[in-house]
Design a protein around this ligand. Structure first.
Ligand SMILES: Nc1ncnc2c1ncn2[C@@H]1O[C@H](COP(=O)(O)OP(=O)(O)OP(=O)(O)O)[C@@H](O)[C@H]1O
Ligand SMILES: [Mg+2]
Length: 330
């Protein structure tokens, strides 16, 4: 990606939370030194995969600028989220980086008709335009997600199927013509039979509208299917990152290897990280010194428990593991 111009750039982003009240003195770093970029003129589906509590939603909230990083930077078109001055710049950022929520019912007010909500969204983002123009924008967005105004017209959220409602919520997200969509577990509440059609829709939007998509999930299978690049997040750290097929066919980090193995497990539902060998609970791993995975890692060495492994970059791949270097200098 040498000379490519960055669209969204996340550099060493960090966010911590205090554990157990302000006097406990314990800090949990929910997102730790995370870096990745999306590039202009090269729309991409970038998936962030990790088990429950790995920091996915915290990272997605920072990308959406609902939360500011404690350190590091997040920038859109070279403008850092910290340096934005005034409401106008912030609104412009938020217009360009749009969320798709896990639960489409969160997008819509149950008391409002879906089409009215979409018109209002268009009116809100393009206040100078006429009602007819707002309708056209809403209709175009619905068409882009495979719905017609005649299907959703006059209906309330509960009168649409789950799949239709999730499509309508994607339509809402594309009305302002965003450059980036951030979808945090967008299909986990949709019937398994409809999941592929929603993730296929993302591919469609990337190809037709040129929108880049950050797809956040614990589901390796859908991520494998639609993403160009992936990052594996474990206890706040990106432990591995790179082109999807390279990472999943030849995983380097022992954690990625574990995920891929459990995804290949033929037992039903085993592609989900919610259960199986990969899952752990509690904050102990977060608080571990050194590599957060060392406690479960079959290849852990003494140094892994002493200090955090650095990012080892090899071409378009990154792995954060002592097995691949960083031995003496850190
Ligand atoms: N506002 C907060 N205050 C304190 N701790 C928080 C806060 N938000 C998140 N955390 C903690 O940060 C860690 C990461 O949480 P996060 O919600 O980002 O994970 P996640 O990967 O989205 O999980 P899930 O898959 O369950 O949605 C968790 O240990 C969580 O308890
Ligand atoms: Mg989450």
């Amino acid at each position: 990606m040498g000379d490519a111009i960055e669209l969204l750039s996340v550099k060493s982003a960090k966010k911590s939370f205090r554990l157990g009240g302000i006097f406990s003195g314990k800090e949990l770093i929910a997102v730790n030194e995370v870096s990745f970029s999306l590039f202009k003129d090269a729309p991409d589906i970038f998936s962030i995969i990790g088990e429950s509590g790995s920091g996915k939603t915290t990272l997605s909230r920072m990308i959406l600028r609902l939360l500011l990083p404690d350190s590091g930077s997040i920038a859109l078109d070279q403008v850092d989220v910290h340096s934005m001055k005034g409401r106008k710049q912030v609104l412009e950022y938020m217009r360009n980086v749009q969320p798709i929520f896990q639960n489409p019912f969160e997008t819509f007010n149950p008391l409002n008709r879906v089409d009215e909500f979409l018109f209002a969204t268009a009116k809100n983002f393009f206040p100078g335009e006429t009602v007819d123009q707002a309708r056209e924008r809403a209709e175009r967005a619905l068409n882009a997600v495979g719905l017609a105004l005649s299907e959703v017209g006059g209906r309330y959220p509960h009168e649409l199927s789950g799949g239709q409602l999730q499509r309508a919520s994607v339509a809402r997200a594309i009305i302002p013509n965003p450059k980036v969509l951030v979808a945090d577990e967008p299909v986990s509440m949709v019937d398994a039979s409809l999941r592929m059609s929603i993730v296929n829709l993302f591919q469609d939007l990337k190809n037709k509208l040129g929108t880049s998509i950050v797809y956040i999930t614990h589901d390796l299978a859908t991520a494998y299917y639609i993403s160009d690049r992936i990052a594996i997040i474990h206890r706040g750290f990106f432990v591995e990152q790179g082109p999807t097929s390279a990472i999943l066919t030849e995983p380097r980090h022992p954690y990625t290897q574990l995920l891929v193995e459990s995804a290949l497990d033929p037992r039903p539902g085993s592609t989900s990280l919610a259960d199986g060998a990969a899952a752990t609970t509690g904050d102990e791993e977060f608080l571990a010194i050194g590599c957060k995975f060392a406690g479960r890692c079959p290849k852990a060495m003494v140094k892994c428990r002493l200090s955090e492994p650095p990012e080892i970059v090899d071409g378009d791949r990154m792995v954060r593991c002592y097995l691949y270097g960083g031995n003496d200098e850190s």
